[in-house]
Design a protein around this ligand. Structure first.
Ligand SMILES: Nc1ncnc2c1ncn2[C@@H]1O[C@H](COP(=O)(O)OP(=O)(O)OP(=O)(O)O)[C@@H](O)[C@H]1O
Ligand SMILES: [Mg+2]
Length: 366
């Protein structure tokens, strides 16, 4: 599948530190100077899901396998990036390839860590980055829309529609607004926008990178980011990347106590991963057996054969039906046999739209 979140922001704000914590590695070089990262670092991260342990306990599964979400640690953007400043074109190209943006904002004071603009102001930082993304989209659409319109006049219907829809995005961008606010009246129009690969059409999660002492409750700076996110209908989370990176190197059994000392119930990373998952409109279904309890990812709205295809293309090609039990029913009936007896095991066909938490067994024939 490979859904990917790009970690984006100004230089030296903690992107690689966050990436290392997420991937529990030191794969990305994190250091106290701007433009430490040039080539993107790519890693897959298990999506924590407490339902897996419950399913495994009931079915006596030997192993738990989480579903994966990709993260890409991208180089820092600076003012002028859309004009090629600081290898801007290359970095913007890296952002174009991801499905969603995790925008890291520096919300910590620390005189030892250099800020490219010599000030700590997450709202201004966010605007700097967003402006570059908007300028890049603006420039691209100013070339594309007239070309599409011309083709439309020559009778190309697809181009005609694209010119109309992308024309709306262009108007927004000229107004200083992101393409994500573009209206789509139907599926066709939505597809035009999805395929246009606009940077500012991608969903955004703001990550407020705070000091250790603010990891639990945030601070005045992160509050400003939350207000901004709320106004935009976007999500935000508070994380101390430095602390998370430290936790990620600790043995699992020691982490709970350390988190409790910081006043945290779970790692900030768990929240980042979950929020990233929601951002992409993904949902989870399960396969459960004695060998393993496993979570899988599909896009919301996917039908049963597509879910089968997430496991193996043969399952999709030869799809017959999916024996399906809702997670709550599976737990309430203490497993498959009980669910079957209680009439909670449903035989679902090709048109079944998968629900989050479905426990599925695919019948197929190839
Ligand atoms: N919450 C935090 N508190 C204090 N220091 C932090 C925090 N998060 C990151 N740092 C420090 O900030 C510095 C820059 O971090 P990092 O290399 O992760 O930034 P980056 O955004 O990846 O930078 P670049 O764009 O140059 O690749 C490092 O010295 C790191 O330890
Ligand atoms: Mg970096």
């Amino acid at each position: 599948m490979g859904f990917r979140c790009g970690i984006v922001g100004l230089p030296n704000v903690g992107k690689s530190t966050l990436f290392n914590a997420l991937t529990e590695t030191a794969a990305a070089q994190a250091a106290n100077y701007p433009f430490c990262t040039i080539e993107p670092n790519v890693g897959n991260v298990g999506v924590p899901d407490p339902r897996l342990a419950k399913l495994a306990a009931i079915a006596g599964s030997a192993k738990i396998i989480e579903t994966q979400l990709g993260f890409v640690d991208i180089a820092g953007l600076v003012r002028g990036a859309s004009k090629g400043e600081g290898l801007g074109n290359q970095f913007l190209g890296n952002i174009r390839e991801v499905d969603a943006i995790v925008h890291v904002l520096r919300c910590f004071e620390n005189d030892d860590i250099q800020h490219v603009d010599n000030r700590v102001d997450p709202i201004a930082d966010a605007e700097t980055v967003e402006t570059e993304l908007m300028l890049s989209d603006l420039e691209s659409l100013e070339k594309r829309v007239p070309n599409l319109a011309k083709k439309g006049q020559q009778g190309d219907k697809e181009a005609k529609l694209a010119a109309v829809v992308l024309g709306r995005a262009l108007d927004l961008l000229r107004d200083g607004k992101p393409a994500r606010l573009t209206e789509a009246n139907d599926v066709e129009e939505r597809r035009v926008l999805d395929q246009a690969q606009l940077l500012t059409a991608k969903p955004v999660l703001y990550v407020c990178n705070v000091n250790e002492e603010d990891a639990a409750d945030g601070n005045a700076l992160s509050q400003k980011v939350f207000d901004k996110a709320k106004a935009e209908g976007a999500q935000a989370v508070v994380v101390s990347a430095a602390i998370e990176a430290e936790i990620a190197t600790m043995p699992h059994e020691d982490r709970g106590e350390f988190l409790a000392e910081l006043g945290l119930v779970e790692t900030g990373l768990a929240r980042v991963i979950r929020a990233g998952y929601e951002l992409l409109h993904l949902l989870t279904f399960f396969t459960v057996g004695p060998k393993e309890a496993r979570a899988w990812t599909v896009e919301a709205g996917s039908k049963a054969p597509q879910a089968a295809g997430a496991i193996h293309s043969d399952f999709e090609r030869g799809f017959i039906r999916a024996e399906t039990i809702a997670f709550d029913d599976y737990v309430a009936c203490n497993g498959e046999a009980g669910a079957r007896e209680a009439g909670k095991l449903r035989q679902e066909g090709k048109e079944y739209v998968v629900h989050d938490g479905d426990v599925m067994l695919f019948r197929f024939n190839v």
